[in-house]
Write a protein that binds this ligand. Structure first.
Ligand code: CA
Length: 504
């Protein structure tokens, strides 16, 4: 009897050990403001992103990956909690504080034996809970010589942010490679003010960028779009954004450059000073100046993305060299999409496709077949349950998303037939708060606070979303259907702010 008991206990013990060793690692690489339009795997013929493309090639690419609230902090809060902004409490960057005592998928993983860290940009305050470790950028973070905050306190690191964040992630993984681990690598790139690593200057200087078809959008049927302050021609700063300072001293005293060492600053001055002199001699104005700004924006942005992609390559190489690649889920996404001159804009915030959609690629050998394209609608609220299901951890009942694992395993069945959106911030860039719903064919948007009104788009006939058809008699039946769907979804996820507006 005792012998049998010992055998049984030993068996359970062994099974536990084997199971623990088999738990997959999870590597989540989240960039900031990285537009799918500038990724090779999403069809860019100009941008070079070989390592992001490789994740897509060895795994899955989501062509309809959306976010619930297109802005930095809120998007990361949704990622962590599997809940919409109104439930996790982080609605906007300007007034919200993230309550770290709430439930997150990280806490569930740690309860189940995982080591977990966030390294780099998080933008949800400085005192994290639930992680076994962290080393995050202070606030928005800086491209050069950034300040980090870890359990030991604040410390400054000399160098370029994408390299430092990746160095830290590789060191951490190396320390924890014998445990199941989850690392979130939060890149500062490609956030404003798009400051490249010195070694990447010049990589796109000779490219002939085509002006986007909607660059001169007149916003004729869209009042909120008419009121925004995020246009390249009017709102992008010559100094702060485009590094065009009248004198070297002017540049040196601006915060991003004041923190540079002499070698870093000299390299910046050497690259940008001739561009400034050339611009001065050209005496540009009107559309010629707007197009010059667009071109410089594209160059700085793509040069900044070069380092991030190269560093993603270092992570993939580390996993392969250490025999971890087979048992590791690698996900690459941005916190949201971004405008690369479409509608004449930079920045994000809107429920229009360029900012509503995010790049999302994932590889996990043995689970995700190589080179699969997923065209089903998915939302970033679906990611937390996905990570838990892949880790074999029970998904808490109050999660609002649905695991993407069936899609990743090649099951073509839709997990959702619409994507719900709510943007709350009412400040920088003057984008009116709005919420809405898209079923992939039609999109209905309700604006409030700054602008009071509706927009409706027939995406199959107007994929650039230039023609608001809300008052077109032809679409009234469809609009009523979409309103019902919007009300149904707002009720389902308990979005009280939206419900109050819909009830008016
Ligand atoms: Ca962002």
């Amino acid at each position: 009897m005792i012998k049998r008991l010992i055998v049984a206990v030993a068996l359970i013990f062994f099974q536990t050990i084997t199971f623990a060793q088999q738990k997959p690692n999870i590597v989540i690489i989240i960039s900031d403001d990285h537009a799918y339009q500038t990724i090779g795997a999403y069809g860019s013929s100009i941008a070079r992103t070989p390592h992001i493309d490789r994740i897509a090639k060895e795994g899955a690419i989501f062509n309809k990956g959306y976010v619930t609230n297109s802005i930095c902090g809120p998007a990361r809060a949704v990622l962590l909690t599997g809940k919409y902004s109104h439930k996790n409490g982080f609605k906007d960057n300007e007034t919200s504080n993230f309550d770290h005592s709430q439930q997150t998928f990280i806490k569930e993983l740690v309860k189940n034996g995982y080591k977990a860290t966030w390294i780099g940009k998080i933008h949800l305050g400085h005192k994290l809970e639930g992680f076994t470790d962290y080393d995050i950028l202070e606030g928005q973070g800086h491209y050069y010589n950034p300040d980090f905050i870890s359990l030991e306190g604040k410390h400054r690191e000399e160098g370029y942010v994408s390299n430092i964040v990746t160095d830290k992630a590789l060191t951490w993984m190396d320390q924890h490679k014998n445990d199941p681990f989850c690392v979130i690598i939060g890149h500062k790139a490609t956030h404003r003010t798009w400051m490249p690593d010195i070694q990447d200057f010049g990589k796109y200087d000779t490219v002939d960028f085509e002006i986007p078809a909607t660059f001169y959008d007149d916003y004729a049927t869209r009042e909120a779009a008419n009121q925004q302050e995020m246009s390249i021609s009017k709102d992008m700063h010559m100094g702060y954004d485009l590094k065009m300072y009248p004198t070297v001293a002017d540049m040196r005293k601006e915060g991003n450059y004041a923190r540079m060492n002499d070698q870093q600053f000299d390299a910046y001055e050497k690259y940008y000073r001739p561009i400034y002199e050339d611009l001065k001699n050209k005496h540009l104005s009107g559309s010629a100046l707007a197009e010059w700004k667009y071109r410089r924006y594209m160059i700085d942005y793509l040069n900044t993305a070069e380092s991030m992609d190269r560093n993603i390559g270092r992570v993939l190489e580390y996993l392969e060299k250490n025999g971890l690649a087979e048992n590791t889920l690698v996900v690459y996404l941005s916190d949201q999409g971004f405008y690369m001159g479409e509608h004449g804009w930079f920045d994000k915030r809107w429920m229009y496709e360029e900012s509503f959609r995010t790049p999302l690629v994932a590889k996990f050998p043995g689970v995700i077949k190589p080179n699969i394209e997923i065209n089903n609608l998915v939302s970033n609220v679906d990611l937390a349950p996905t990570f838990l299901e892949i880790a074999g951890v029970k998904i808490p009942a109050d999660y609002q998303g649905t695991s993407l694992l069936p899609l990743l395993e090649g099951n073509k069945k839709d997990i959702r037939n619409n994507v719900y959106y709510h943007y709350y911030e009412n400040g920088e860039h003057a984008v009116s708060p709005h919420f809405g719903i898209s079923d992939g064919n039609y999109k209905l948007i309700r604006y409030y606070k700054r602008v009071d009104g509706w927009e409706f788009f027939d995406l199959n006939n107007d994929n650039a979303e230039l023609q608001n058809k809300y008052n077109d008699p032809k679409y009234q039946k469809r609009i009523q259907k979409m309103k019902k769907l919007l009300l149904k979804e707002a009720t389902k996820i308990d979005d009280k702010d939206a419900l109050a507006i819909l009830a008016k």
